[in-house]
Design a protein around this ligand. Structure first.
Ligand code: ZN
Ligand code: MN
Length: 145
């Protein structure tokens, strides 16, 4: 069990959330995968290990983790939500326009953009979203073959 999973389990325990083998597996998978999986992808990755698990179980657990502040839900248009377990580090996302995978990248927070938007439009700003699009390394390799 990695330190990060251990910490998350502890945090859930402190909030009175009971740990089950399935819940633990979903949590560990989320914390270890870096590509921001959908509920379906989590299901496919774990169904071999837990044949009795349903997609609804995944969704229920994702809601529990979200309420506990352990994951962030990412919505992009019509595509199903993806889940990000990296909530501690401030970061932006780059999205593959072929396979839809989402990767983290680091860049100083664009506070100036918020300030400028606020100045120009007179809004009280509460946040912003910035995404970069392209073709991921896996899809580049596939295209080259
Ligand atoms: Zn891709
Ligand atoms: Mn992320």
């Amino acid at each position: 069990m990695t330190k990060q999973v251990e910490k998350a389990v502890e945090m859930l325990k402190n909030q009175g959330v009971r740990m089950t083998p399935q819940r633990h597996a979903i949590l560990a998978f989320l914390l270890e995968t870096m590509t921001h999986p959908t509920a379906d992808e989590i299901y496919k990755a774990l169904e071999g290990k837990f044949p009795n698990m349903s997609v609804a179980t995944i969704y229920n657990n994702l809601r529990v983790f979200k309420d506990a502040g352990l994951v962030r839900e990412l919505t992009y248009g019509d595509a199903s939500s993806r889940f990000d377990a990296n909530v501690e580090e401030e970061h932006y996302h780059i999205i593959c326009s072929d396979c839809g995978s989402i990767h983290d990248f680091h860049f100083p927070y664009l506070g100036k953009v918020e300030e400028e938007a606020s100045n120009q439009a007179g809004f009280k700003v509460c946040g912003h979203r910035m995404e970069v699009y392209g073709v991921c390394t896996d899809c580049q390799k596939k295209a080259a073959h």
